[in-house]
Unconditional design. Structure first.
Length: 97
């Protein structure tokens, strides 16, 4: 299967795909969500995803990037990726209000 890069998709298509994904995920209860992610993601993807969520939680709690890096053993680029995601999400939410 060829790899699809998100930047190569038209914006409308990307939004539609993500909406479908978010609608599906939000329709699941906890057990269904656990089963879905257990079956759908590789072990590595699960750890990467969970670690990014932990990074976001720590940053939102006010921990410094240095503290997060030392505590979780992640690289600066991973922390910056999550920091940018948080910033983008907050800006998007402000636009919706």
């Amino acid at each position: 299967m060829p790899k699809i890069l998100p930047d190569n998709l038209p914006s409308k298509t990307k939004k539609e795909l993500l909406k479908d994904f978010y609608d599906f995920i939000s329709s699941l209860n906890r057990k269904e969500a656990e089963d879905f992610f257990h079956d759908f993601l590789t072990p590595s993807e699960k750890v990467i995803f969970a670690r990014r969520l932990r990074i976001a939680k720590m940053l939102l709690q006010g921990h410094t990037q240095t503290h997060v890096r030392k505590k979780l053993g992640v690289g600066v680029s991973t922390i910056q990726f999550v920091q940018n995601w948080i910033k983008d999400e907050l800006e998007e939410r402000k636009k919706e209000l």
